[in-house]
Design a binder for this molecule. Structure first.
Ligand code: MN
Length: 354
């Protein structure tokens, strides 16, 4: 497994490449370009500039998170074929620059949802948290506003201000899209891009829905083992794979994560590993990576990744805000660095005790 950290790019991140470079065992970053709208083609110069900057620091780009899929593709709008053509063009450019793993999601309107970005834990650290009752009590527009207010001045991925201005419009766009239609649109998208992915060696990795149930009545199609099996069976190319996000899957404790990992042998192209603490159905908060700090058995999870021979990029996903650090919520340096070392320790122990 290749340990990495997500890095949002110059001007979008409080963490520097130089800092990431000093974390033992972290050889690369997962990054993205911010300035292109979903549906548009990425400019080669921007990709090259990003790559040059990362490589100058001694790190590599292990993959893109994300190349966002437009709402037009997700709902099957008249513009979808044009957007898919642009997506394909972007994949080719990334591959030409040696970037061969692309994370994306197929969630409508909201990329991910939390009711709090800085819930205070007993030790004074703060974490992202979710409480279904709190979400139900507020209008979707308010969620946008409050994520924007609490993001410490950073643009949260998936919550870009230009999307905030058109919440009503976005909900309207998805009015006729139920789970089945959304799945068929995902399948259409994947079948259209797979020949390019196969030719250029680009592995597509869909992120698990977060949380794994419908929010505000919107469809959700990447929630559990059954959904994932359907996805990899109906589009059988090995380039159609998954970003196995343990935190997202754990929003519902009946998702048996080690079992899901084993069931996806050869189809996991990227791993997000983090722990969450469950309080009650629909209520959870993010925790430190350590098993004993949350509800997940991280040793069993890492063992399952090792068993299936997963050798792609992994990142500690979110961390707590600790030691006074001010960063994009979930994406500080300190706790993700701690998490990476814990996960690397587990990996070393698993390998040596085999
Ligand atoms: Mn994730």
């Amino acid at each position: 497994m290749k340990m990495s950290l997500r890095w949002f790019g110059e001007g979008h991140d409080s963490v520097t490449l130089e800092q990431i470079r000093q974390i033992p065992g972290v050889g690369g970053v997962i990054t993205t370009l911010y300035d292109t709208a979903p549906g548009d083609e990425w400019a080669l110069e921007d990709i090259q500039k990003m790559k040059k900057g990362v490589e100058a620091s001694g790190l590599k780009i292990y993959g893109m998170e994300s190349v966002n899929v437009s709402d037009e593709i997700k709902v099957g709008h008249a513009k979808r074929d044009e957007h898919i053509e642009n997506y394909i063009a972007t994949l080719k450019k990334l591959s030409d620059e040696g970037i061969n793993m692309v994370c994306y999601n197929f969630m409508p309107v909201f990329d991910w949802t939390r009711s709090e970005l800085a819930k205070v834990r007993p030790d004074g650290s703060t974490v992202l948290a979710y409480n279904q009752e709190k979400v139900d009590a507020i209008h979707p527009q308010e969620i946008f506003d409050h994520i924007d207010n609490d993001s410490n001045g950073f643009v949260m991925p998936g919550w870009e201000p230009e999307r905030m201005g058109k919440v009503e419009e976005l909900f309207h766009l998805y009015e006729d899209t139920d789970n089945e239609k959304l799945f068929q649109n995902l399948k259409y998208f994947l079948e259209a891009i797979m020949p390019t992915c196969e030719q250029y060696g680009v592995k597509m990795a869909i992120h698990i829905d977060d949380p794994v149930w419908s929010v505000y009545g919107l469809p959700r199609i990447v929630k559990n083992k059954m959904d994932l099996q359907r996805l990899v069976t109906e589009v059988p190319s090995e380039y159609n794979g998954v970003t196995l996000c343990t935190g997202s899957l754990s929003s519902k404790p009946d998702n048996d994560i080690p079992d899901i990992i084993r069931s996806l042998k050869g189809r996991i192209h990227f791993a997000h590993v983090r722990n969450t603490k469950h309080t009650a159905p629909g209520i959870f908060e993010e925790s430190a990576h350590l098993s004993s700090d949350g509800s997940l058995d991280m040793y069993e999870i890492m063992k399952a990744f090792d068993e299936i021979g997963f050798d792609g990029p992994v990142r500690p996903d979110h961390g707590r805000a600790i030691w006074g650090e001010v960063s994009m919520p979930g994406y500080g340096l300190y706790d993700r660095a701690l998490g990476s070392q814990y996960l690397l320790g587990l990996i070393e122990a698993i390998k040596k005790t085999k």
